[in-house]
Unconditional design. Sequence first.
Lengths: 227, 228
Amino acid sequence: MRKGRLILFAHRPLLAALALCTTLGMTLGGCGPGTDARDATAEARAQLSRTMPGRTLLSERERDLAAAARVLPPGTKSVLRQGAMRHGSHAWNEEGVPPGTVTVWVDLRRQMASVFRGGHEIGTAVIQYGAPGYSTPVGGFPVLRKVADYHSRSYDAPMPHSLFITDDGVALHGSPTGARRATHGCVGLPVAFAERLFGVVAPGDRVTIVESREDPAAGPASDGKQG
Amino acid sequence: MRIAPRQKTLGVRTKRATASAALTAAALVLVAVTGWTTGAALADGGGLASFLARSPGERGEAELAKTKAARLGDAAAPAAAPGDPEPVQRALGKIFDAPVESPLDALEEPALPVPVAQVVDAVPAPSGSTTSGGFPGASSGGFFPGGGSSSSSGGSTSSGGGSTSGGGDTTSGGSTSSGGTTTSGGTVGAVPEPGTWMTMLLGMAMTGAALRSPRRRRGESAPCARGA
């Protein structure tokens, strides 16, 4: 009988492998977040989708990875559910997001900007940044002043909904968009997005400009300064 | 007795199969575990993965230098209207309405030793036969020095482009009665000298004579005679 079973397994190695795998996987799975934690996460997600639709809750691990790669600010709770974006497109969804601290996260490498309120992403857009020779400063900056309808004297260019972050004129502002466009060091946003951003950001709010690391799953980032 | 070897081989086979099964299982477990640790966080459906996927990607080095004529706007490449008979000039510069200067005008310039009016006075009125040969305007003492010359110099061929009269040569002082009008520049005459004309005529005459010579006729007829 015993020999017979062995022979059975011998003729079906895949079956044996599957059986083993299932057993081991279940045991090892228990070492992970645990079933309770998973249930809790699922419950939180369900609740989130009820109260704040259109967004995805990040797991703790995702949060750590993203923060390490400087893809997202530390302490990010949820991000918008949003497909691939092109230059000129933006998304905005602050439904159900409670009031809180507003932060802006600009990633030059990914050409993306995100606005967070209390750790929940409420808006995102594709950006333009400085051309070679006019590099956009990297670091953390407070919003110094807001000018709804600014016109650049240096470049004789309109800068609608400007949020100035440095004393020498670097701002987040509405700008013509396109994959082949760049700025003189500012962060150019789609005008509609700039308008909404202008509405939620107050002077003193934090703007962080980073160049994120390519692979979030591969350790801490080397560049990008936390200001 | 007959079954024994078979059982033996079966046993070996079983061992091998079990070993391979165990190996496969181990590999699968390894994959599953590593996938759970790193991949699961970025698995599809995960918030971070979709967050990363929404970016248009990095801006390449060449991205800002890329251009297409059509995208540069109409100023750079004006499209011709369908029914437009006149093509739009793009590559060339301005077109000027002023007449093009003739190289002949440039040659005419060199300072005349004698004022034109004087020369004209000095030159006898051209005879009917000679005027036909000259270029228009030649009589003003320009490029063709002997344009209006007389027959007095003796050449009088009237067949050539200009009249004979020894135009471009030598008479640097001008003011000759022979209608030499001319031209300091001297050496290069556009009209051949009489001697040259004569030589050419002589050559042509000889050619003609040779062609018409009885000897040649004989020479031509010879092969025919031979062939026939």
